[in-house]
Write a protein that binds this ligand. Structure first.
Ligand code: SIN
Length: 539
C-alpha cells in the first residue's frame, strides 16, 4: 500500500461531471466556495450526454394543456410502485421549473413548438405531454454542452483522468477529503470538508446496457466503504428499447428513446403481433418496468422463431429523421431505415433506481459526504423511475446539495483535516464473469437459485487486490455493487417495479411496501438493514 504523493485543497470536491456534478459545482461556485471537480474520464464522457428523451417538468407559464405538478407527482408515485418517498418526490418535482429555468439561463436550448413555447413530448407512465427536449432526441448532449461551457471559464477546475478511490476520513469517521489516482496511477489527496458524489450509475454490471463504460458503480462502493448506507439497490431499471445489433451485444447499446413510443410507435413481435396489447391500460406507454418485463415474458415464447428481440414500428411517424436524429443515425449505422421498416429492439440495463441513501439536499448519513444524481437514493424513484425524471433530479438535487454544503460550512459542522490515506485493499471479481452471471441470473426475471449462482461465481472469481489502478477501482466497485444487489434481490421475495422474481411473481404489499437498506459489515461484506440504518430515513 502506498500513501498519497500529492495534495490539493478545496471547500468542495465533486466527483463526476454529469448533470448533477456540474450543476452542483456551478452553484457552489456562485456561493463563493472553492470547488474542485474530478472525473476518471474526460469532462463530457459521462452518462448525461446519452440521455435522449428529455427533462420531465411542468412549466406553468408556458403550457396550456392543464398539466400540473400534482399530476407529475402522482405519475412518479405510480411508476415507483409504492416505494417512493412522497416528500422527496414533491420537493424534486416541485423544484423542476426553477431548475430548468436556471439551466436555460446557463445556455441550454430546448426545442420550441410553433408559437414559441417549448415543445413537449410524452413517455411511458406520464399522463401528459410534459417532457421538454433538445435537438429532437439529444437532450442529454445539450444539457452537458451547456453545463460544460458554463464551467469552462476557469473558475471551476476539472481534474480529468483522475479516479476517486476512497474517502479520507477523520478518526471520528467524518469525510474530509478524497484519495484519487491521477492519470499515471499516482495517488494523491484532495483535502476538502465536503465531498459530493455525482458519479452516476452501474449499468456495466450487465453485458448489455445503455450506459457508457464509465458506469461502474464507483460512487456506491466508495460511499459504502466510507460508512454510508444504500437502499433500493435491487431495483435496476432495464430500458425496454435499445437498438438490437445482434445476439450477444456487449457494452453500450444505442438507446431508442421512449419518446418514439410517445409519438405513436408500437412494439410488435417477429410474427407482427402487438406486444403490449392487453398487458396494461396504457399499452406501449405503460411505465418502463412493465414494458421491459412484458417484452421479456413475450420472448420466452419465441414468437416467429425470435427469442431475443422485438420490433418497434415507427413507420407511422412523419419526419422521423428530423424528430429523432440520434436514433435515426444509429439505426442507419445498423442498416435499418426506421421510416420504412420496424426497428429491432431489446431491453438493456439502464438506470439504478436505488443508491446511496441521501436526502433531497444531498446529505448522506456520513458528515461531509453528499450524493446527487443516479448514485443517490433520494426516494424519488422507488422501485422504478419515471421516464425523464433523472435529468430533473440531477438539476434539482445538484443545486440543493451545493447549497447544503455552503450552509453546513457556515454552521461549522464539517471537518477539516490534513489527512493522508493508504490505497485500500478490496475484493475484485473478474469483470467478464461478473457481467455474464449478472446478465443471466440478476437481470429481468430472478429467482433464489440463480441469485445464489451469482454469489458462487463471484466467490470463485474474486481475489483481494490493492486498488492501485482505475481498472481495479472499477472492478472492485462492480464486485461490491453486485454483492449488494444480489443480497437485496434474494431477500425481496416478491415482484415489484424493476425487481421481477420468477419464483415470487406477485407484488406483496403487506410484507414488502418498504425499502431495504444495505451497509458493509466489519469485514467489508454488504449486509441488509439494521435499526441504525433505518434511522437515516428509509422506512
Ligand atoms: C429515453 O429517452 O427513453 C430515456 C430517458 C430516461 O431514461 O428517462
Amino acid at each position: 500500500m502506498s500513501a498519497a504523493l500529492w495534495e490539493a485543497r478545496a471547500d468542495l470536491v465533486v466527483v463526476g461531471t454529469g448533470v448533477a456534478g456540474l450543476t452542483a459545482a456551478l452553484r457552489a461556485r456562485e456561493l463563493g466556495l472553492r470547488v474542485l471537480v474530478v472525473t476518471k474520464a474526460s469532462v463530457a464522457d459521462g452518462n448525461t450526454r446519452w440521455a435522449q428523451g428529455g427533462v420531465a417538468v411542468v412549466l406553468p407559464d408556458e403550457h396550456d394543456e392543464g398539466d400540473t405538478v400534482d399530476a407529475h407527482v402522482r405519475d412518479t408515485l405510480v411508476a415507483g410502485a409504492a416505494l417512493c418517498d412522497e416528500d422527496a418526490v414533491r420537493a424534486i418535482v416541485g423544484g423542476g421549473p426553477a431548475a430548468v429555468t436556471r439551466l436555460r439561463e446557463r445556455g441550454a436550448v430546448f426545442d420550441a413548438a410553433p408559437g414559441g413555447r417549448l415543445a413537449r413530448t410524452r413517455e411511458g407512465g406520464h399522463s401528459a405531454f410534459r417532457v421538454v427536449h433538445a435537438g429532437g432526441d439529444a437532450t442529454g448532449a445539450e444539457v452537458e454542452r451547456a453545463l460544460v461551457a458554463a464551467t469552462s471559464d476557469g473558475h471551476v477546475p476539472v481534474l480529468e483522468d483522475h479516479v476517486a478511490v476512497d474517502a479520507v476520513r477523520t478518526p471520528l469517521g467524518q469525510v474530509c477529503g478524497l484519495l484519487v489516482l491521477d492519470g499515471n496511477g499516482v495517488p494523491g489527496v484532495l483535502t476538502a470538508p465536503a465531498v459530493l458524489l455525482a458519479s452516476g450509475g452501474l449499468g456495466q454490471l450487465y453485458q448489455a446496457t445503455s450506459n457508457p463504460e464509465v458506469a461502474t458503480g464507483d460512487g456506491l462502493a466508495l460511499a459504502l466503504r466510507a460508512g454510508a448506507v444504500a437502499a433500493d439497490v435491487e431495483f435496476v431499471q432495464f430500458h425496454p428499447t435499445v437498438l438490437y445489433t445482434g445476439r450477444g451485444a456487449r457494452g453500450r447499446c444505442p438507446l431508442v428513446t421512449e419518446a418514439v413510443r410517445g409519438e405513436g410507435a408500437v412494439l410488435v413481435d417477429a410474427a407482427g403481433a402487438r406486444v403490449m396489447r392487453g398487458v396494461h391500460p396504457l399499452e406501449d406507454l405503460a411505465p418502463r418496468d412493465v414494458v421491459a418485463a412484458a417484452i421479456t415474458r413475450h420472448l420466452a415464447d419465441a414468437p416467429g422463431g425470435v427469442d431475443d428481440h422485438v420490433f418497434l414500428d415507427a413507420t407511422g411517424i412523419s419526419e422521423f429523421a428530423r424528430r429523432f436524429p440520434t436514433v435515426h443515425a444509429a439505426c442507419l449505422r445498423a442498416g435499418v431505415d426506421p421510416a420504412r421498416e420496424p426497428i429491432p429492439v431489446a431491453p438493456a440495463a439502464h438506470f439504478a433506481c436505488g443508491g446511496v441513501v441521501s436526502d433531497v439536499d444531498g446529505r448522506t448519513g456520513v458528515t461531509g459526504l453528499y450524493a446527487a444524481g443516479e448514485v443517490a437514493r433520494t426516494g424519488l424513484h422507488g422501485a422504478n423511475r419515471l421516464a425523464s425524471n433523472s435529468l430533473l433530479e440531477g438539476l434539482v438535487v445538484g443545486t440543493r446539495a451545493a447549497e447544503a454544503v455552503a450552509a453546513d460550512l457556515a454552521m461549522g459542522v464539517l471537518a477539516r483535516c490534513t489527512g493522508t490515506a493508504e490505497l485500500p485493499v478490496a475484493p475484485v471479481a473478474d469483470r467478464d464473469s461478473l457481467q455474464r452471471v449478472m446478465s443471466r441470473y440478476a437481470a429481468i426475471g430472478r429467482e433464489a437459485e440463480g441469485l445464489a449462482v451469482v454469489g458462487s461465481v463471484l466467490d470463485l472469481s474474486t481475489a483481494d487486490r490493492v486498488l492501485d489502478s482505475r481498472r481495479l477501482v472499477e472492478d472492485a466497485a462492480l464486485t461490491l455493487a453486485a454483492r449488494a444487489l444480489i443480497a437485496a434481490a434474494a431477500e425481496r421475495e416478491e415482484s415489484r417495479g424493476c425487481h421481477v422474481r420468477t419464483d415470487f411473481p406477485v407484488r406483496d404489499d403487506a410484507g414488502w411496501s418498504r425499502g431495504q437498506v444495505v451497509r458493509l459489515n466489519p469485514s467489508g461484506q454488504p449486509v441488509l438493514a439494521d435499526p441504525v440504518a433505518r434511522a437515516v430515513g428509509v422506512a
